[in-house]
Design a protein around this ligand. Structure first.
Ligand code: ATP
Ligand code: MG
Ligand code: MG
Ligand code: MG
Length: 560
């Protein structure tokens, strides 16, 4: 493709509200253009990357006998009422009415549609198992659309649904999907981690998310230092507890222990972003005060704490005790009962910032508390796992954290939809049973962004070859010079038979071309310049600052 003919509106400046690096680079390199909040046009280079990601996904789905279909975007409300999700899904569901005032949604996901599709067809166990998948635009009226394609209101997803006669067949497909996802995310060049996840509102009880590791990620992953175990923080509870010898964590790691006075300092100390510090509470275990920071949304109750600390002798710390531990002024916590202590403690770290400016909707005394003056936390010990309902190795060791972008999820749905929507089959004994289901999603447009989050430098994107919009960037440095233009045209004619080539034939300065090339980020660049007359070009890889002179006869060997 000739760059003079393509549409790549690169930008010098990006809108200030673009926070995520991938969002900035997508705008800057002319890949996307915003149409409305969380809604984007994909320009030619983005479209090519999407095509390549989709193709990889398609190959891996077909490899495990997935069959491609395309289901409607416009979904009648009746189906969603059958499953109970017309109400349960809430404001994220985009709703509209047709001219006859019939209600519809714009599909955020397709469990209802696919269940209604198969319920009349898969009537016998002989037709099972089967896996259907599609690649399609989804709509979700996200509360906080942000970070460009990472959280859009309109985005592209591969979704797959499997149907089974029994659990073991579902297990097999789940396993196949898990491995297919491994291959997909490896092939697109992501550094990722599968994690045990919370099944949440969708129902079902077993699920993994595939997390691309990146600072901007909205999910926190907690992983074991001593085993392969990793989970979404929503699934695994971890508690921060002191070592019994009160050795500060950082000292164990031979780093000086800071005296932590602010939530930010605590977040820095723990190497997590501030909003990941969710709850804290102080309890007394065997007469020893323990400040636990709970990361995760589960309630922590006595029973859990007792089993965690392996003792019955556990109670909430009193107001005075907390003041002591926190180094707070006597009386500064105000009159609080145990329940309030918990609320107080729950919000403690998270609200420290609010406290400092005196802004908090809850009318507790601590409205006017001042962190540096009234509080003082010393962090000792380690994060350890508290887990529910999972068969886990006994010793998971210390818990470590990382931020992740959820690029995919595999899910054992069970019979939630088949039961509510009456999708049954006849088993070998001729008995009617609900179909057993699995569902499996990959965020195609989110994956594109996640790859950029991981593959870039200060100049622009650095595409992995597998999904790069083009493989080779051929640049005529000064096409006004006949010999350069001729050689460039000749090479373009040859190379495009073997590679996807983007040919910069524009009448722009070399500086503009190089800047754009860095931004666009194709893996290898072939520059036709001053030595064109001798048949010599310069070859440079995007991930390397060195360039090499190559005779055109050897070009193929160098590019291969
Ligand atoms: P999140 O937790 O980030 O909101 P989700 O769990 O709601 O995602 P799923 O229902 O599991 O998303 O959808 C399957 C995949 O679709 C996700 O793993 C993700 O890659 C992608 N996805 C979901 N919501 C969005 C969105 N708003 N924008 C872009 N991709 C999305
Ligand atoms: Mg969501
Ligand atoms: Mg999620
Ligand atoms: Mg999900």
């Amino acid at each position: 493709m000739k760059q003079s003919k393509i549409f790549i509106p690169t930008l010098r400046e990006v809108p200030a509200e673009a926070e995520a690096i991938s969002h900035k680079l997508l705008l800057k390199s002319g890949m996307i253009k915003q149409n409305a909040r969380g809604i984007y046009s994909y320009l030619p280079t983005a479209k090519r990357v999407l095509n390549k990601i989709e193709q990889i996904v398609r190959e891996e789905m077909e490899n495990i006998d997935g069959v491609e279909v395309l289901m409607p975007v416009l979904q009648q409300a009746e189906l969603w009422k059958e499953s109970g999700r017309w109400d349960a899904y809430g404001p994220e569901l985009m709703r509209l009415k047709d001219r006859n005032k019939r209600e519809f949604s714009l599909g955020p996901t397709h469990e209802e549609v696919v269940t209604s599709l198969v319920r009349d067809e898969l009537k016998s166990y002989k037709r099972l198992p089967i896996t259907l998948f599609q690649i399609q635009t989804k709509f979700r009226d996200e509360q906080r659309p942000r970070f460009g394609l990472l959280r859009g209101r309109e985005f592209i997803m591969k979704d797959a649904y499997s149907f089974h006669a029994d659990e073991s067949s579902l297990d097999d497909t789940y396993n196949d999907m898990y491995h297919a996802y491994h291959k997909i995310f490896t092939r697109v060049g992501l550094n990722f981690r599968p994690v045990l996840a919370d099944s949440g509102a969708i129902g079902g009880d077993h699920t993994h998310e595939f997390m691309a590791l990146a600072e901007i990620g909205e999910d926190t992953i907690v992983y074991s230092e001593t085993s392969d175990f990793a989970a979404n923080i929503e699934k695994a509870e971890v508690a921060y507890t002191p070592n019994h010898d009160h050795t500060p964590v950082k000292e164990l790691e031979k780093v000086e222990t800071p005296n932590i006075k602010t939530a930010q300092a605590l977040a820095d100390f723990l190497n997590v972003s501030l909003d990941k510090i969710i709850k804290s509470m102080i309890v007394k275990v065997e007469d020893e005060y323990v400040m636990i920071l709970i990361r995760g949304h589960h309630e922590v109750n006595d029973v859990k704490l007792k089993s965690y600390f392996k003792t019955e002798n556990i109670e909430m710390a009193s107001e005075n005790e907390i003041e002591n531990i926190l180094g707070a002024k006597p009386g500064s916590l105000g009159p609080v009962n145990v329940n309030q202590i918990k609320i107080y403690a729950d919000n403690f770290v998270q609200d420290i910032n609010n406290l400092a400016v005196g802004a908090n909707e809850n009318d507790f005394h601590y409205l006017n508390a001042n962190v540096d003056r009234d509080f003082n936390i010393e962090a000792y010990g380690d994060f350890r796992f508290i887990l529910e309902g999972e068969e886990l190795p006994n010793d998971l060791g210390k818990a470590k954290f990382a931020e992740g972008i959820e690029v995919g999820q595999v899910f054992k749905l069970g019979t939630k939809y088949s039961e509510s929507m009456d999708a049954t089959f006849l088993d070998e004994q001729g008995k009617a049973k609900p179909l057993i289901m699995g569902c499996y999603g990959v965020g195609i447009s989110r994956t594109l962004s996640a790859v950029i989050e991981q593959h870039h430098d200060e100049k622009g994107i650095i595409w992995p070859k597998s999904i790069s919009p083009y493989e080779v960037h051929l640049i005529a440095i000064n096409p006004k010079k006949d010999e350069q233009k001729e050689l460039a045209e000749q090479l373009y004619g040859q190379l495009k038979n073997q590679y996807d080539v983007l040919y910069d034939d524009r009448k722009e300065s070399a500086g503009v071309k190089f800047n754009d090339a860095d931004l666009i980020g194709l893996p290898v660049r072939v520059m036709v310049g001053k030595k064109a007359g001798e048949g010599i070009v310069e070859v440079k890889r995007r991930d390397n600052s060195e360039s090499q002179e190559v005779h055109i006869d050897e070009l193929n060997d160098v590019l291969a």
